[in-house]
Write a protein that binds this ligand. Structure first.
Ligand code: SAM
Length: 316
């Protein structure tokens, strides 16, 4: 199948960004048979990232398995807010692929980055993007090693926050190809966030931070959840990528204030690791993505509150 034929096939299947997707599939497929199989999967509605096996996120290639939540570009706001202050011990809860943790690990190579998710398929995938011995399976904090309690400098969380009734309005890509537990936040979308907030004071170090992604319409409610457990909160937004996150900071306790640079990490902030071969290396940490749009898959499925934007502005 040549490029014009592939573009036509994808367009007839309803792919809005058929040219870009065709180029990516052609670039990534290792044989004509694989290209045909991938084209068929894409035309059946599977997310491009699950087909090629990776998503671009915060300058990295993140390995993505079928059925696992595709990291969204908007979640880069969590990374940006989290990165404003170095952290020695980081936990990515509800980690999915582990994209948030991997992005922070790439920024702070000396940091200890842990991750956890209740979905075994997501956990297996996150173990390809993060040191496998630091990725745990289980329900929220119950998955974490007990000795992390009270020591977490930075907790990054993108828990499911779509209200149950709104799932039916999401694009088919998400409804059919991402696990419902990755999307469903209960009646008001805040069920998992409530439990994340309730546990945070126990797990955060004095002065530790929680950065929690949420929906624009839910931001004040999310902030109220964090305030109610004693965290000092602020709402952060980025209109360009349609992102909202809430930052909560734990009290510093009686022992004085937290260092602005716990663990002396400021000098260890490094450039991403050198680039490797063009296929995702599934047994190695994520690597940076060339910033050429041709090498970046189109944006994953929009959230329930987003409308699709034309390529390349929806990028990544
Ligand atoms: C919206 S996805 C986000 C994944 C990843 N953090 C990201 O930003 O790409 C939510 C994730 O939370 C996980 N999850 C849902 N309920 C959970 C729970 N009670 N405990 C742990 N993980 C949970 C899902 O399996 C899913 O991987």
């Amino acid at each position: 199948m040549n490029e014009p034929q592939l573009v036509a096939a994808l367009r007839s299947a309803g792919c809005v960004f058929a040219e870009d997707e065709a180029r990516l599939l052609l670039d990534e497929a290792t044989s004509p048979a694989e290209l045909m199989a991938w084209a068929a999967r894409r035309m059946a509605g599977e997310p491009l990232e699950q087909i090629v096996g990776w998503a671009a996120f915060a300058g990295l290639r993140i390995a993505v398995d079928p059925r696992v939540f595709v990291p969204r570009r908007r979640s880069e706001l969590v990374v940006e807010v989290a990165s404003r202050q170095p952290a020695a011990l980081v936990v990515d809860l509800c980690c999915g692929t582990g994209a948030l943790g991997a992005a922070l690990a790439a920024r702070w190579p000396a940091a200890e980055v842990y991750a956890a998710d209740s979905d075994p398929v997501a956990v297996a995938g996150a173990r390809r993007n993060l040191p496998p011995e630091r990725v745990f399976e289980g329900d929220l904090y119950a998955a974490l090693p007990e000795d992390l309690r009270g020591r977490v400098d930075l907790l990054v969380v993108n828990a499911p926050y779509v209200p149950t009734d709104a799932i039916a309005t999401m694009p088919r890509e998400a409804r059919d190809h991402e696990h419902r537990m990755a999307l469903d936040g209960g009646a008001d979308g805040l069920d998992v966030q409530r439990r994340v907030a309730a546990g945070a004071p126990d797990w955060l170090s004095p002065g530790g931070r929680l950065v929690l992604e949420t929906g624009r319409a839910q931001a004040e409610l999310t902030a109220a959840l964090l305030s109610a457990v004693g965290l000092a909160t602020s709402v952060e937004t980025d209109d360009e990528i349609g992102a909202t996150a809430v930052l909560g900071r734990a009290r510093t306790g009686t022992g004085g204030t937290i260092s602005a640079d716990p663990g002396g990490l400021a000098e260890s902030v490094a450039e991403p690791v050198p680039s490797g071969p063009s296929q995702p290396r599934l047994d190695s940490p994520p690597r940076p993505v060339p910033v050429s749009p041709r090498r970046r898959p189109p944006s994953p499925t929009p959230s329930f509150e987003e409308t699709p934007q034309p390529w390349p502005s929806r990028s990544v």
